[in-house]
Design a protein around this ligand. Sequence first.
Ligand code: F6R
Length: 369
Amino acid sequence: EKGGFRSFMDKEIHDQPHAVADTLLGRTDVRGRLVLDEVRISEDVLRAVDKIVVVACGTAAYAGHVAKYAIEHWCRVPVEVELAHEFRYRDPVVNARTLVVAISQSGETMDTLMAVRHAREQGATALAIVNTHGSTIPRESDAVLYTHAGPEIAVASTKAFLAQITATYLLGLYLAQLRGNMFADEVETILAELRAMPDKIQTVLDRSARVQEIARWMADTPSVLFLGRHVGYPVALEGALKLKELAYIHAEGFAAGELKHGPIALVEPGQPVFVVVPSPRGRHSLHAKVVSNIQEIRARGARTIVIAEDGDEAVVPFADEVFRVPQAPTLLAPLLSVVPLQVFACELATAKGLDVDQPRNLAKSVTVE
Ligand code: F6R
């Protein structure tokens, strides 16, 4: 049932091109317009939404964090992302014009469910992005957009994460079209780019031998830092979470722009630092800023492991190691850049002789507070 893979996690990492492709399947009508078939919320309500609040926990919350960049850019609606357990005890400002998006693989996470209940009591509309059919969160929501990642067995989430990002993007494009922020042809352009992602994810997987080799070399490292910026920031957080969960290594993710506000003090000779580099073709010269961060930490002795696009030569002089990903639009890049981080954590934990499918102290579905 592991399909020849050493672990369910390994298999699920390799299932990711399908998880994304299947989540995209059948979402457009004959005229090419987006239809999210399980969204039972009136278009008037969705047009009137003036704030989106994503509630989720763990990896699902990082998917929400990625979604914020895309949805705000496409729809011009403020998007807040909040850990469900913080949201519900905070007396959050939500009302009938708030769309609460609950993201959950299992659909059973108690904190996320309670956040949905609380928001709906305040009059908000709730949409669930969930992988497990028949689970509780979709039943208690006004609508559901299922991710089609297939069953995720390994405790640590991988393919569900990519499917969640994909689903939030479909939601963003749908809202942008509905609310008049985008024309159908603009939506179609981005959908075509999304549809090209499964092959690119496969390319990243095909290149994973080097990542695995480095992971095995690093099996004894006591700590790893992860840096990213813009959509690369939640990718860094997710990379750190995977390493904590699977390999029991102290790992932290930072926004690269925060480096000089504190974290750079952690950098000492030999400290491994992963850096998720934005596309050099992106806006706001973020690429140059992150390259200069790599330079700064390298000057302090960090061992820099860089995730960069094909053709990005600017990183080479400052990188001890470069993991290449195919070129992609900035907002879609997390679907690629997180993959080497998943492979790294899985391989390092395997090299340590750990059970990657059942990490200690963790449960697949957290149905208690
Ligand atoms: C991380 C992980 C957890 C879950 C979190 C939410 O690898 O598995 O952080 O993402 O417990 O679970 P769901 O998505 O089922 O609500």
